[in-house]
Design a protein around this ligand. Sequence first.
Ligand code: TRP
Length: 367
Amino acid sequence: MMENKNIILTGDRPTGPLHIGHYVGSLRKRVELQETGNYQQFVMIADLQALTDNYDNPKKIRENVMEVMLDYLAVGLDPNKTIFLLQSQIPALYQLPMFYSNLVTMARLGRNPTIKNEIKMRKFENNLPVGFMTYPISQAADITAFGAKYVPVGVDQLPMIEQTREIVSTFNRIYKTNILIEPEAILPDKEVCYRFIGTDGNTKMSKSLGNCIYLKDSSETIKKKIMGMYTDPNHLRVEDPGVTENNPVFIYLEAFATDEHFKKYLPEYKNLQELKEHYERGGLGDVKIKKFLNNVMQEILEPIRTRRDEFEKNKEYIFEILEKGTKFSIDYTNCILNKIKEAIGIDYFLNDDFKEEYVHHYKIKSK
Ligand code: TRP
């Protein structure tokens, strides 16, 4: 299966169904990478990481494991090409953080901008769980346990990749080895997709903010959400000039609309540039653009939803895929784990070295 291909590892927390922010931020890229055939991709349901801020609600995580699997298959991740796994079932992912946590200072964790921001958003204040604070170390374990070279993610994950690279280089230096690989992020092609704006204009699409379009939303729900989207608040009359910058409707079009879509649904304009220019000049109403966006989104999301409905009828099959991939991953990561233990020098029973050293030492002493 592996054929010495470069390894990709990525994943998502199973805290809810996935939305179009996940799609443009990483899912779309994963499918593209999968189809090149140049990599072996692992996609992980990060239920352990989800527990770090939902430890008191494991039921929520349990319920969403299948939701996320359905979204994965719906967007075109293919179990014949991509290996799916469930983080909490992989023993190596519990052991590696123990080694890595010696290589990271508290101060360094505190400087991680993503963690800083999440702590503020979750209002942990003086009740910050150690498990939450140290999840970047666990994420470094995820990436290195698979020997991953590439990690397709949104831009909010860059600090995690950076932290992993530091752990890798410190580990390799201290234990005089080169077994750990420094991973690289693979970002979306378009900058507007790095951190995807919500339908309300909030800088981040997020379940807790209630500004998402989910991959599984019905066609009517999508339409309702799009027609109610935030646009330029000062664009009151059609004749008024409008602002396209940071305008979510235009950002969504940039992320999704192709020139083909224009030809099909809005042939008065050749491309997004022409549409933007007209909006900025004045004389173009929001409803018209939203209707166009709706057509584009329906065209993209309809086949995803249809596939999802099909897979939903066959949950047993999905369960099997996840179980099979997880079992494979247990063995696969254990091989890497053993090499890591060897590098540290805690491979006591993995080979005869320790036994021989001890016997040799004992013989000398007893002479
Ligand atoms: N932190 C990621 C998220 O919040 C999930 C994740 C866990 C992950 N482990 C990973 C992503 C390893 C990439 C690689 O979505």
